[in-house]
Design a protein around this ligand. Structure first.
Ligand SMILES: O=P(O)(O)OC[C@H]1O[C@H](OP(=O)(O)OP(=O)(O)O)[C@H](O)[C@@H]1O
Ligand SMILES: NC(=O)CC[C@H](N)C(=O)O
Ligand SMILES: [Mg+2]
Length: 507
């Protein structure tokens, strides 16, 4: 997952973009970037690292202008090279920069077409650079010296026709404004908001509503699937539906893990959804073992806290913070490489022994993906003296790879792939393992929004909404992106993978 943001303001946007990216940091910890423009020039700073490490005061001073976009990255294509940090830039037409959250499933074909037919060069292995070039080519084809909203929307329409997969995008066109759009299934989130000032209206587009509220913008609404929102530099806003048959099918894993609980996505409160996940999980526990002997419910910080709290409440069992999280260590699941993830669980979480000694504990996590966290945590609970260690997951078993912006490319790396719940229970060393049922999870996110036609649940049911994901694609993805393949590809290469970057304000 990545975080994207774009602002059209009446004053410099550098600080507001920086602040928004820190609020979206949970969506990507690998790289960060901001680009602004003023007087027909772009000012770009991007690099690997957390937002606070990438931007120093000297960079911030040079990011001048009242319009800009930003990105925090969690790679799902290409490598972790700083050259693949976003926003990406292309000089023709007009000068366009782009920030993307999601993953294109036909990036290889597009890349070939861009070279052979559109005569465009792609300099990295990132699907986002491909997406930018498709958009740029389609805008260029219209041949306008001075593009209006009609050309911008026509280019987005063409992107929808050519690109497959998931994409929430914010692009900035030099001298004209920013355009945000969502793929025709609305898999990845994006919303926009407004702030009234004495100088006029200001707009922000972002992955999550929490970025808007933290900056004092009022949420207007989510961008509809297939829709584009174009905001000119003077603050004039236009919207248009650019897809043939849009249908809202948001990614359910945003509600399970990715999004911040204080965000509202497609009118569904992430916090409320997680509370409900705790309730339905408690109901399942009661169904399976009406006379259970759980003494205490313990969350695995951070994401499972909301569900665990409500689960304990429903069970009528004590809720206790049995693990303390080191606040200086980021999210483990989105780290690249299994070695780093494993080490970081131990560094990140430490038990309070007295909450475990002699007790039957129910540990609750939002999800079990590779099993890295639960395996370590169950052992820690045992070492701390727990009598029985039960484990509950607020999400169903993650059995299938994700191709829409979550880096789970390889079925073999998923602990639940081709395994029964009993087998997983043995593997992670739990005395009892309970998973949420998929129907229950869906019932937790089905809120008052009648526009939601379905949920993108492929990691749980193997059904890919875009209809273009076949076994050959999945096999290719697995071969390219499984941990070992990435490590082997990286061996012997310089840290940046040898990909040459274009101009970047590095110092
Ligand atoms: O089975 P695994 O492969 O370990 O993945 C699942 C775990 O990873 C995530 O935590 P993470 O540390 O990323 O973030 P959090 O602090 O927001 O819970 C998630 O919340 C689970 O705890
Ligand atoms: N997680 C994402 O949204 C990734 C965006 C893009 N595919 C990249 O790898 O940079
Ligand atoms: Mg976690």
């Amino acid at each position: 997952m990545c975080g994207i943001v774009g602002i059209v303001s009446t004053q410099y946007v550098n600080q507001a973009l920086y602040d928004a990216l820190t609020v979206l940091q949970h969506r990507g910890q690998d790289a960060a970037g901001i680009v602004t423009f003023q007087d027909d020039r772009f000012y770009l700073r991007k690099d690997n690292g957390l937002v606070r490490d990438v931007f120093r005061t000297s960079h911030m001073r040079r990011l001048v202008g009242n319009v800009g976009i930003g990105h925090v990255r969690y790679p799902t294509a290409g490598s972790s090279s700083s050259a693949e940090a976003q926003p990406f830039y292309v000089n023709s037409p007009y000068g366009i920069t782009l920030a993307h959250n999601g993953n294109l499933t036909n990036a290889d074909d597009l890349s070939r077409d861009l070279f052979r037919t559109d005569l465009r060069h792609i300099n990295t292995n990132s699907d986002s650079e491909v997406l930018l070039n498709v958009f740029a080519h389609e805008l260029q084809k219209l041949g306008k010296l001075d593009p209006s909203k009609d050309e911008i929307f026509a280019a987005v329409r063409a992107v929808h026709q050519r690109c497959r997969g998931a994409y929430a995008v914010i692009a900035m066109i030099t001298g004209y404004g920013i355009v945000g759009f969502r793929d025709p299934n609305g898999i990845r989130p994006a919303c926009y908001g407004v702030r009234e000032t004495a100088e006029g209206k200001e707009y922000m587009i972002a992955s999550e509503s929490v970025a808007l509220s933290a900056a004092g913008f009022k949420l207007v609404r989510d961008i509809a699937p297939g829709e584009a929102v174009y905001i000119e530099t003077d603050g004039t806003l236009y919207t248009q539906q650019c897809a043939e048959a849009p249908s809202l099918n948001p990614c359910i894993f945003e509600h399970v893990y990715f999004a911040r609980p204080d965000s509202i996505m497609d009118q569904v409160s992430v916090y409320k959804a997680r509370l409900r996940m705790g309730e339905t999980l408690a109901d399942k526990v009661l169904r399976e073992r009406p006379d259970h002997d759980i003494d205490v419910v313990v969350p695995i910080p951070d994401t499972s806290r909301t569900s665990a709290l409500q689960m304990a409440h429903r069970l009528g069992v004590k809720f206790r913070e049995g693990f303390i999280k080191n606040r200086y260590i980021g999210r483990t699941f989105i780290m690249p490489g299994q070695k780093m993830r494993k080490k970081s669980v131990r560094q990140k979480l430490n038990p309070i022994d007295l909450e475990f000694r002699g007790k039957n504990v129910m540990l609750v996590d939002d999800s079990i993906v590779r099993g890295t966290t639960c395996h370590e945590i169950i052992q820690m609970a045992r070492d701390a003296g727990a009598r029985k260690v039960y484990f509950a997951s607020a999400a169903p078993p993650v059995r299938f790879p994700n191709v829409y912006g979550i880096d789970m490319p390889s079925p073999g790396e998923l602990i639940a792939h081709d395994r029964t719940v009993e087998e997983i229970q043995t593997l992670i060393g739990a005395d009892w393992l309970v998973y949420q049922d998929l129907e229950d999870l869906i019932s937790c996110v089905n809120d008052v929004n009648p526009d939601i036609e379905g949920w993108e649940c492929s990691v749980f049911n193997g059904k890919y909404i875009t209809g273009d994901v076949d076994d050959a694609y999945l096999a290719r993805l697995d071969a390219q992106r499984r941990d070992e393949a990435r490590e082997a590809a990286q061996a012997g290469l310089p840290e940046d993978n040898g990909i040459i970057d274009l101009h970047n304000d590095e110092d």
